[in-house]
Design a protein. Sequence first.
Length: 229
Amino acid sequence: MDNFEETLKNPVWHALSEAHEKFAISLNGVKFYDPKICPFGAFETPEKTSKALNEYAKLTNDFFLVSENIDPIFDEKFVVLDRKIEGVQMVLKGALEDCIITEEIVPLTEEHVDKIYDLIWLVMPGYYKKRSFDMGSYFGIFKDNILVAVTGQRIQTNSFIEVSGVVTHPNYTRRGLAKQLVAHTTKEILKTGKKAILHTTKGNAAIKLYEKLGYTLTREMNWWYFHKK
């Protein structure tokens, strides 16, 4: 099994050990992103998570542990489990399927940070921080000078980059904007020589879109959503 396949089992852990090590906070053997960047953590040993969560909760109100199939241990006196979000991981293992690009896709810059944040929180609140922008490249589509669709890059290791932040304003859905943005972002990832992956919730209708582009379901990946008590 090569390193890429191994990193897929615990993507956040390996990202914080490799390409995103500069964003890492290590607490009792559990690795977290700086909460200003991304409220995600990962672990290898569940017995270490309780103390680590208590410490991380001093830095941020809401946060996630990401795990394929190991349940974290937590101290109910200090943190509350809001819910377990059941997700899936998808990987582009072959070639990207053809996708006709009809929209002007714009590389987003620092001046767009607030616009990206507002759009993602309008559609998909909870995950994205303003400085998540620092995790990778972001791309958008504008209509009448308004950002109406966005896609970016989030978790990164030495072998893969994750497509994330796939969001379209409710007034502009069903126009193929997300498909074009995911295809474009995937092409940009492949140019780096790394693999492209993504995560989404189990049963999400967007899975069919990703499959049409060549992504394949690989495994379940769960997000444990906590807040401090």
